[in-house]
Design a protein around this ligand. Structure first.
Ligand SMILES: Cc1cc2nc3c(=O)[nH]c(=O)nc-3n(C[C@H](O)[C@H](O)[C@H](O)COP(=O)(O)OP(=O)(O)OC[C@H]3O[C@@H](n4cnc5c(N)ncnc54)[C@H](O)[C@@H]3O)c2cc1C
Length: 387
């Protein structure tokens, strides 16, 4: 029996895969999106924090963009303990439930004609023929594709299938866990980030609120987690348990979901190899300071889908994706941050954060005092002094 042929096959229906499928299907390509889980985002560990610009660009419905937030608080523990709240005139971000968010993107790709197959775990891709092998319900299936996009996250198959993609090492990867608590009426209205140089060297705790849920997590660079000494020999769950014990809104409650994952800190040396492309975490595209990768997954996924369509229309087997991505300001910014932070992984960046947030918020306060319309225009306002 002959194999079914697609113009573009995409491995993984996270934000990177969803965005690639939307762009490729919108350009008229015959596109297949393969997802290992029963539903997209089902087991994805994530705080679900997304910049307002990305949420608006995606025109997310209120059922997906659960909560708009207009403030961010940075808490620095250690000597001296400080907190700084940055409150803006307009929303700065939204929070999403990744199951709904990822499913929403896959649904949009499907509406544009992409075929979405779940419970389909890709096990191999032939770089030369474009044959993709996947397992579904105990059966091994094969299809052929002119282009294959790896959007399968930080533990991507890409480096084993070609010369591309993120290769995880203990010093270029964060281990992170997120626990979710049902907490109706929790009262949280901002992104809270806690830096603690004693227990969380190079990483942070967070509390990100959704409508009725608090998403609370911690992430630390892997070689510090493995060393263990900084947490008194404790792993991520015991560190997070200690942190959640200090939060009044969830006292006496147990997490309804516990998820863990990896966060790449360094863009991959190569993001394309002939017909193969890597996007999002699979290409190491995450802000190494914040750990935020949803925006970069969407941006690179869309670029990959457009680059595949570009090559397909010209009958070429090579896409301009690598060139387009590496020239983009978003990629250059990530590379710059990655090279700066690479030297600081083993030291705590708190001092730099304290200085930076202090300088920025002081500047914002000054602008606000001098001319409120200007501070409104700039969307800058510092809400409180150092505590
Ligand atoms: C604990 C934690 C908290 C985070 N919080 C935030 C945050 O608040 N904001 C933010 O912007 N970023 C956050 N991130 C980072 C963010 O989650 C990722 O950068 C983002 O999800 C990357 O999207 P992606 O599409 O590249 O990969 P993923 O979202 O990882 O999607 C990969 C998809 O591929 C599927 N898959 C994997 N292997 C296969 C296979 N072999 N075959 C088929 N399918 C496969 C997976 O099931 C998954 O659905 C966080 C990460 C962690 C670990």
């Amino acid at each position: 029996m002959s194999m079914k042929r697609y113009d573009c096959a995409i491995v993984g229906a996270g934000p990177g895969g969803g965005a690639a499928a939307i762009a490729a299907a919108d350009a008229g390509l015959c596109c297949l999106l393969l997802e290992a889980r029963r539903t997209p985002g089902e087991r994805t560990a994530c705080g679900g924090g997304l910049a307002i610009g990305t949420a608006r660009e995606l025109e997310l419905p209120a059922s997906v963009a659960e909560q708009q937030l207009a403030a961010m608080a940075f808490h620095f523990r250690g000597a001296p303990d400080t907190s700084r709240v940055w409150e803006s005139w307009r929303p700065i971000g939204v929070t999403v439930d990744r199951r709904r968010f990822d499913s929403h993107l896959a649904g949009r790709a499907q509406a544009l004609g992409a075929e979405v197959v779940t419970e389909a775990r890709v096990t191999g891709v032939d770089r030369d023929t474009g044959v993709v092998e996947y397992r579904q319900g105990g059966a091994v299936r094969r299809i052929a594709a002119s282009f294959v996009v790896f959007a399968d996250g930080a533990t991507t198959l890409a480096p084993r299938m070609g010369d591309l993609g993120f290769i995880s090492r203990p010093d270029n990867t964060i281990g992170a866990i997120a626990w979710e608590y049902e907490a109706p009426g929790h009262g949280y209205r901002r992104f809270d980030c806690y830096y603690d140089k004693v227990t969380v060297p190079w990483g942070y705790y967070w509390i990100f609120p959704r409508a009725d849920v608090l998403n609370i997590g911690v992430g630390i660079v892997l070689d510090a987690v493995r060393g263990g000494a900084k947490g008194g020999g404790a792993g991520l769950p015991s560190l997070l348990a200690r942190f959640t014990d200090s939060i009044p809104a969830i006292q006496g409650r147990h997490p309804t979901r516990r998820l863990g994952g990896l966060v790449p800190l360094e863009p991959a040396a190569r993001v394309a190899d002939g017909r193969l492309l890597a996007v999002g975490d699979a290409a190491g595209l995450v802000n190494p300071i914040t750990g935020g990768g949803i925006h970069h997954a969407i941006y690179s996924g869309r670029l990959a889908g457009e680059a595949v369509a570009h090559a397909w229309k010209r009958g070429s087997s090579k896409t301009p994706y690598g060139r387009w991505l590496m020239r983009s300001p978003s990629y250059r910014w990530l590379s710059l941050l990655a090279s700066v932070t690479a030297y600081g992984h083993r030291s705590w960046p708190g001092t730099a954060f304290v200085r930076l947030t202090r300088a920025l918020t002081t500047f914002a306060e000054t602008v606000d005092k001098i001319d409120r319309p200007i501070s409104r225009f700039l969307n800058w306002r510092a809400a409180s002094k150092w505590q």
